[in-house]
Design a binder for this molecule. Sequence first.
Ligand SMILES: Nc1ncnc2c1ncn2[C@@H]1O[C@H](COP(=O)(O)OP(=O)(O)OP(=O)(O)O)[C@@H](O)[C@H]1O
Ligand SMILES: [Mg+2]
Length: 273
Amino acid sequence: MRTGNGIAPPYDPEVTTGAAVEIDDVEVRFRTRKQDVTALREVSLRVEPGEFVAIVGASGCGKSTLLKLVSGLLSPSSGRVRLHGQDVRGPRRDIGYVFQRAALLEWRTARRNILLQAEMRRMPKEGARERADELMAMTGLTGFEDAYPHELSGGMQQRVALCRALLHQPPVLLMDEPFGALDALTREQMNVELRRIWRETGTTVLLVTHSIAEAVYLADRVIVMTPRPGTVAEIIPVALPAERKYGETMAEPEFARATGRIRDLLGAAPGAE
Ligand SMILES: Nc1ncnc2c1ncn2[C@@H]1O[C@H](COP(=O)(O)OP(=O)(O)OP(=O)(O)O)[C@@H](O)[C@H]1O
Ligand SMILES: [Mg+2]
């Protein structure tokens, strides 16, 4: 297990059996007054502990729905969802969630926004504050502990959201287009940081993104989904070395192969993101 800076997930892989996430032949149907929508159909997926998996697919293909299933915010119409071998039967505490918008409370400082997680979970105050400061150091926020959200850049706000999602050491981190609202340069920086943080914490990550390059740079495997009803079109393994350097990695033939294959599957025009 990776334990770089001592911030390790709270589960012991020696004791925990099986996959971190198991989705078995899941279907999700939404009934609205106007129509019935099948968002996901026959989706099966297994994510190993410590793995980084990216999910790409057209808008409306069910990516957010898939993350909601894993978090227990949504139940499947049929099929089974398991986290570390346990059936997901309602909102789970052992996950972290990062959304496209940082969703910080404007009247709370950066540190107190992160500590919100501890308050909601009634974690002991002392340890939580220490861990919040450790995470802020890890994400380059040292010195901004007492800054309010409006005093932080978009990238910094998203780092605060990431710290908040990691405070309780979730073994599984779910990220739904976390960098979609950032400019290209900040987004690159955040990609590099996220990859480093993932390697240091050993957390299992499921990341939804619209950027093919981001998916391939970050992930061990990329799940490509079909348009609605969302099914798994193909799972692309990314055979790039664990040690990745942004520019250099993108110049590797394997990077071109993987992004090319995903682009073909999505039917994207050449030059698309
Ligand atoms: N609560 C809901 N009630 C009814 N329909 C829903 C609900 N949530 C999602 N849907 C429908 O399910 C489908 C999948 O939605 P979802 O949000 O998972 O897509 P997505 O892949 O995340 O799209 P995007 O890339 O635009 O975020 C869409 O057709 C959407 O309208
Ligand atoms: Mg979505």
